[in-house]
Design a protein around this ligand. Structure first.
Ligand code: BG6
Length: 687
C-alpha cells in the first residue's frame, strides 16, 4: 500500500497545528501602542518577546505596533533599528528571518512629546488607521515603557484624547517601578484610577512572566503531596535568594535613587513570596489568586524601627582587587552616575515574619544583591528535621533536614534533598537528591518573560499582573525599612567585595537564629577549586549537596592550633594565612585553595592556626560527609591525602595504611575513631 501523499501529510500537520492552537489560541487582535518605543526595554525585551510569540504562532495576524517616543525617527528608521537590534537580542537558537520580515512590517512609529495632548490626538488618528488596516476590532494595548514619572500624565492624556471611546477593549500595561515609596505608590494609584478602572490597568512584574515562578502555583496546588506539609508544623524556614552577578553598569542614575530593597525585594521577591506562602485560592480566576496574594502580604509584620534594625541588613559593593591590591573593577561609589558618597544599598537581607496561622514563627529569609559571585535565583524550603533517627550507625547530630529547592534561574528546575542508605553492609545514611530540570523535560525556547505578559494582557487575563492593593501592601512592608535606613546612614559602606557572597552581616543574621543560608554551589565554582577540577560528575554531585557555606571577616581565626577539628575548608574568595608553632606565617592561601584537610584524615589536634587576612567566603566539608563520600570515591581521598602529605610530611599509624576496602578496623572501630585511608591499595601493599 502506498504511504500518505505530501498533500495528506500536510493536511495531517495542519490538523495537529489546529489542535495545538486550541490549547494555546493566539493573542487577541489589537494595536499595541508602545510609549518609550526607542528605549532599552523595547529593543531588549518587548520586541524579542513579540518575535518569540510570532515564531510560536501565538501572535494574532490582526496585530500592529505603533511606537512613540521623543526621538525623531521615521517608521522606516524605526524598523531598521529594530532589525539590527533583534539579531543581538533574540533568545532563540536560530533566527528565523522570514518570521521577522513579516513581523517588522507591522511596526510603525510616530514621534512626539508625551506631555502634549496634541500628540495623543495624532496617536489616536494613527491607531484608528492601523485598526482599519489590520482589522484589530478597536482593541488597543497601551504599553508604558517610559520612566515612571510619565505614567500619570500618559494615563490622563489617553483619557483626554478620547481613547476610551469606541468599541473594543483598552488595556494599559504599566512598567515597574510603581512608585518609589508607599506615598508615591498611593498617589500614582489614585491618579491612574481617577481616569481608568482597575480592570484596564496591568502592572507589570516581569518575575511573574517567568515559567518557573508561574510553576510555583502549579506545583503547590496541583500536587496533593505537598500542601499538607505547607505550614509551620513541617517547615522550619524558607529562603528566597536572588543573586545577581551584574553590577549597576549603565543604570547608576536610576539605581542610586532606588537600591535593592525597592528594585528587587519590594517588587519581584514579594511576588514570589506571595505565590509560595499564600492560602489556596478558591479558583484560578485572576482576582481569586490576587486576593490571596494581597492577604498574604497584609499578614507580613510591619517592622518597628527596632525590628528593622534587628531583622534587616544592607550592603554596598566595593571594588574588586587583584593580588597586589589594584582595582580590577570599580566599587559601587565609583560607578557612572553614582554619588561618590552614596548610601544606596546594593545588597539586602531580611528575616520577615508572616503573622498568620499557617506561618507564625517560621523564619522567612530574603536576600538579594548586585555584583555577587553568581547569578542565581532560588527558593529553598527547609523542612523540620526528622523527629527521631533510629539509625545507630549514623551520628544523629549530623542528620540534616529535607529541602525542597525551586531553581528559578538560570537553571530552571526543582530539587528535593533527602537521605538514602548508602550501599554497603551497614546502614549508613547519605544526603541525595531528586531533581527535575525544565531543560531535560520540555522542549521550549528560552523566553524573555514578556511574551506571556503581552499575550495574557490581550486576553484580559490579569493573573500575572499586580493589583493596586498588592503594590501598596508591598510598599507598606518596605516603608519602615526605607525610613529606618534614611535615619541611620551606613558608615561601614562599602562592606562587601565585588564578586563575593555579600556582607558577612547577612550570614550573622541567620546564624543568630541557629540557621544558615543555603549557598547553592555552581559547577563554575567547582572549576575554581583545585581538588575538584577533575572530579567526576558523580563525585561533584555528592559534594555539592554536602558542602556548607561559611564567611569569615578579616582577622577572624578560622582554625586554631591545638583544637580537634572535624572539617576541611575550601577557600572560594579571599586570603588566609597559616601560622605554625613559631607564630611566623608559614604560608598564604588564596581562592581555589583548601586547608584543614588533616581533620578529615586523622583525629589529631590542628597543627596550625589559620587566620583570615581579608574577608573570606568558604565552603566547609564535614568529616562525616567526607567519610561517606569516600566509600564511593576513594580517589578523592587520595587527592586530599596527596596534598596533605606534601604539605606536612606526616607519618601515619598502621591502621591508616590499610587499603580502604580491606580495612578491618574500619568496620569494627567506632565511627569516631575510624581513620580515613590515605592510600591506594597498591601504595598500601608497598607500605
Ligand atoms: C529588574 C531590576 O526589575 O530586574 C534590575 O530593575 C534587575 O535591577 C532585574 O537586574 C533582574 O531581572 P532578571 O530577570 O534578570 O532576574
Amino acid at each position: 500500500m502506498e504511504g500518505p501523499s505530501m498533500f495528506e501529510k500536510n493536511q495531517a500537520l495542519s490538523v495537529i497545528q489546529l489542535d495545538f492552537q486550541g490549547i494555546n489560541p493566539p493573542s487577541e487582535p489589537c494595536v499595541m501602542l508602545i510609549f518609550g518605543a526607542s528605549g532599552d526595554l523595547t529593543r531588549r525585551l518587548l520586541v524579542p518577546a513579540l518575535y518569540n510569540l510570532a515564531c510560536d504562532r501565538l501572535l494574532n495576524d490582526n496585530f500592529a505596533v505603533l511606537g512613540t517616543a521623543q526621538d525623531p525617527l521615521t517608521t522606516e528608521q524605526f524598523r531598521e533599528r529594530l532589525s539590527n537590534d533583534i539579531e543581538q537580542f533574540h533568545t532563540r537558537e536560530t533566527f528565523d528571518q522570514a518570521v521577522w520580515e513579516r513581523l517588522v512590517k507591522r511596526f510603525h512609529y510616530l514621534p512626539g512629546d508625551l506631555n502634549e495632548l496634541s500628540v495623543f490626538l495624532q496617536l489616536k488618528a494613527e491607531v484608528a488607521k492601523l485598526d482599519a488596516r489590520f482589522q484589530t476590532q478597536g482593541n488597543v494595548l497601551f504599553y508604558l515603557a517610559t520612566a515612571p514619572r510619565f505614567f500619570g500624565k500618559i494615563c490622563d492624556n489617553l483619557d483626554d484624547s478620547g481613547f476610551k471611546e469606541g468599541s473594543g477593549w483598552k488595556h494599559i500595561i504599566v512598567e515597574k517601578p510603581f512608585g518609589t515609596d508607599l506615598n508615591s505608590a498611593i498617589e500614582l494609584n489614585k491618579e491612574i484610577l481617577s481616569r481608568w478602572d482597575e480592570d484596564h490597568i496591568y502592572r507589570v512584574d516581569h518575575y511573574l512572566g517567568k515559567e518557573t515562578v508561574q510553576n510555583l502555583l502549579a506545583f503547590r496546588f496541583s500536587n496533593g503531596i505537598f500542601e499538607p506539609l505547607w505550614n509551620k508544623h513541617y517547615i522550619d524556614n524558607i529562603q528566597f535568594n536572588v543573586a545577581e552577578a551584574v553590577a549597576v553598569e549603565e543604570r547608576g542614575e536610576y539605581y542610586d535613587r532606588s537600591g535593592v530593597l525597592r528594585d528587587m525585594i519590594q517588587s519581584h521577591m514579594f511576588q514570589m513570596l506571595a505565590y509560595l506562602c499564600m492560602e489556596t485560592p478558591v479558583s484560578l480566576d485572576p482576582d481569586d489568586i490576587r486576593d490571596e496574594k494581597a492577604k498574604l502580604l497584609q499578614s507580613v509584620r510591619i517592622y518597628t524601627p527596632e525590628e528593622a534594625a534587628r531583622y534587616v541588613v544592607r550592603g554596598q559593593y566595593g571594588p574588586q582587587l587583584d593580588d597586589k591590591g589594584n582595582v580590577v573593577k570599580p566599587g559601587y561609589r565609583q560607578e557612572k552616575n553614582v554619588d561618590p558618597q552614596s548610601n544606596t544599598e546594593t545588597y539586602a537581607a531580611t528575616r520577615i515574619h508572616i503573622d498568620n496561622w499557617r506561618w507564625e514563627g517560621v523564619p522567612i529569609y530574603l536576600r538579594s544583591g548586585k555584583a555577587l559571585w553568581k547569578r542565581g535565583t532560588e527558593i529553598v524550603v527547609e523542612f523540620k528535621k526528622a523527629a527521631s533517627a533510629p539509625f545507630c550507625t549514623t551520628n544523629r547530630r549530623q542528620l540534616g533536614s529535607n529541602r525542597l529547592i525551586f531553581h528559578i534561574q538560570p537553571h530552571q528546575g526543582i530539587e528535593i534533598h533527602f537521605y538514602a542508605k548508602a550501599p554497603g553492609p551497614r546502614l549508613q545514611l547519605q544526603p541525595v537528591n531528586m531533581s527535575f530540570g525544565y531543560g531535560e523535560t520540555f522542549k521550549a525556547s528560552r523566553y524573555t518573560g514578556y511574551e506571556i505578559m503581552v499575550y495574557s494582557c490581550t486576553h484580559g487575563d490579569a493573573t500575572l499582573f499586580s493589583r493596586g492593593d498588592l503594590v501598596e501592601a508591598g510598599w507598606r512592608i518596605a516603608q519602615p525599612i526605607i525610613d529606618h535606613w534614611a535615619m541611620t546612614p551606613a558608615p561601614e559602606f562599602p562592606n562587601y567585595e565585588r564578586g563575593s557572597w555579600g556582607p558577612k552581616h547577612a550570614t550573622d543574621l541567620v546564624q543568630s537564629e541557629n540557621r544558615q543560608w543555603h549557598e547553592l554551589v555552581t559547577e563554575e565554582l567547582f572549576k575554581r577549586v583545585a581538588i575538584f577540577k577533575d572530579g567526576s560528575s558523580l563525585l561533584l554531585s555528592q559534594i555539592r549537596i554536602t558542602l556548607r557555606a561559611k564567611q569569615a571577616a578579616a582577622d577572624d581565626i578560622i582554625v586554631k592550633r591545638g583544637d580537634i577539628g572535624r572539617e576541611m575548608y575550601l577557600l572560594v574568595r579571599g586570603e588566609v594565612e597559616v601560622t605554625e608553632d613559631d607564630s611566623s606565617v608559614a604560608k598564604t592561601l588564596k581562592a581555589g585553595d583548601f586547608f584543614g584537610e588533616i581533620a578529615l584524615l586523622l583525629l589529631t589536634p590542628r597543627s596550625a592556626t589559620v587566620r583570615a587576612r581579608t574577608d573570606c567566603d568558604l565552603l566547609v566539608l564535614d568529616k562525616s560527609d567526607f567519610d561517606r563520600i569516600l566509600c564511593e570515591h576513594p580517589e578523592f581521598a587520595q587527592g586530599v591525602a596527596k596534598v596533605a602529605r606534601e604539605r606536612y610530611h606526616f607519618g601515619l599509624c598502621k591502621t591508616s595504611l590499610l587499603g580502604y576496602k580491606e580495612c578491618k578496623n574500619r568496620l569494627t572501630m567506632s565511627p569516631e575513631m575510624r581513620p580515613a585511608c590515605l592510600w591506594t591499595e597498591s601504595e598500601c601493599a608497598k607500605n
